[in-house]
Write a protein that binds this ligand. Structure first.
Ligand code: RIB
Ligand code: CA
Length: 324
């Protein structure tokens, strides 16, 4: 059965101008590929980039963000996020992304230093200065977005939509119940999911279907420019961890949050009422979806469930071709 498009989705069809977006991530190989995709699209206008601690420490994810921006010629402000989750100790994913957080291909040094203000302050500045509401694309823990909403509640109306990678209705990946981004900062995630801002949730239900196979790495490399070669190298590194778990390809989780903004038609999902568990022994960080509509609460997220994998890979090939 084809899922009916939710009312949250209609906003995508209503825009003719490029969508102003903020990229917030913890690069991270799949964050990096998501940013390669975002930078290549005329439908999107990147206002700024903010780093968050997640896959690696905030120092390393910020340095990686600067290197990716240099590689892509992304000349917008970069701000460093908070040094740790709102109320908890950091968890890093060095087993997945390596000691640097972006192991693999050589990258240029950052073109410039991060701005002096915090990630939340830079986000707030971009929201205030934008003529129209902005889409935030978080692909790491939601610490910075949570801080933004706590510090600047009056700017909520300037956030048009949040298209995030995080959570999983059916399962977790860092614990049986919780996906990494939400687990690292469940308190920030709770703030975001309770904010009333329209959310597209690219959770594991869809992102573990966004698999790029080794033959796709070669297809990307054959595009023949430098960015294509770097993306193929990132995919190869990212695949090593997942191959050891039996995955047939690399799940490029974060790129799905960007895909939802530019090609929603290759995705299916459903509106759900989602709660974030911030306590509990076994379930902290779980995103609990009201699949049977028993809560009586209105949906707060459009939860993606499936993706046309071939179309997704075509999108990544098209993206790297842009850098020719
Ligand atoms: O669980 C996958 C998520 O955790 C991705 O965003 C990946 O980059 C890591 O941050
Ligand atoms: Ca990430």
């Amino acid at each position: 059965m084809v899922e009916t498009r939710s009312n949250i989705q209609t906003f995508y069809a209503s825009t003719s101008q490029p969508l102003p977006i903020i990229l917030d991530g913890d690069p991270g190989h799949d964050d990096a590929i998501a940013w390669v995709l975002a930078r290549s699209r005329p439908e999107l206008r990147i206002l700024c980039v903010t780093s968050v601690c997640g896959n690696q420490t905030i120092e390393k994810t910020t340095y990686n963000a600067g290197r990716i921006m240099a590689l892509l010629g992304m000349d917008v402000p970069l701000a460093m996020g908070l040094p740790k989750p709102l109320f908890r100790d950091p968890i890093i994913a060095d087993t997945v992304h390596g000691k640097t957080g972006l192991d693999g291909p050589e990258l240029p040094e950052p073109m410039k230093s991060p701005v002096a203000c915090s990630a939340a302050e830079l986000m707030a500045q971009c929201l205030k200065e934008s003529d129209e509401p902005v889409v935030i694309v978080p692909t790491g823990p939601l610490t910075n977005v949570g801080a933004l909403l706590l510090l600047y509640p009056e700017l909520k109306s300037k956030i048009r939509h949040i298209s995030l990678m995080g959570g999983g209705i059916a399962r977790g990946n860092w614990t049986p119940a919780a996906e990494f981004n939400i687990l690292v900062d469940p308190d920030a995630a709770k703030i975001v999911f309770e904010s009333g801002i329209p959310i597209t949730m690219a959770g594991l239900d869809v992102t573990e279907r966004a698999l790029v196979y080794p033959e796709d790495f070669e297809r990307i490399r054959r595009v023949g420019n430098h960015v294509a070669s770097v993306v193929a190298g990132w995919l190869e590194f990212f695949y090593h961890f997942h191959q050891s778990l039996g995955y047939p390809g690399a799940p490029v989780h974060d790129a799905v949050a960007v895909t939802a903004l530019i090609r929603p038609e290759i995705l299916t999902g459903e509106d759900l009422y989602v709660q974030v568990e911030t306590k509990g022994v076994f379930c902290r960080g779980a995103t609990v979806g009201d699949l049977n509509k028993v809560s009586g609460k209105p949906p707060n997220a459009y939860c993606l469930k499936d993706i046309n994998r071939n179309a997704f890979v075509d999108l990544l090939v098209e993206a790297v071709t842009y850098y020719g």
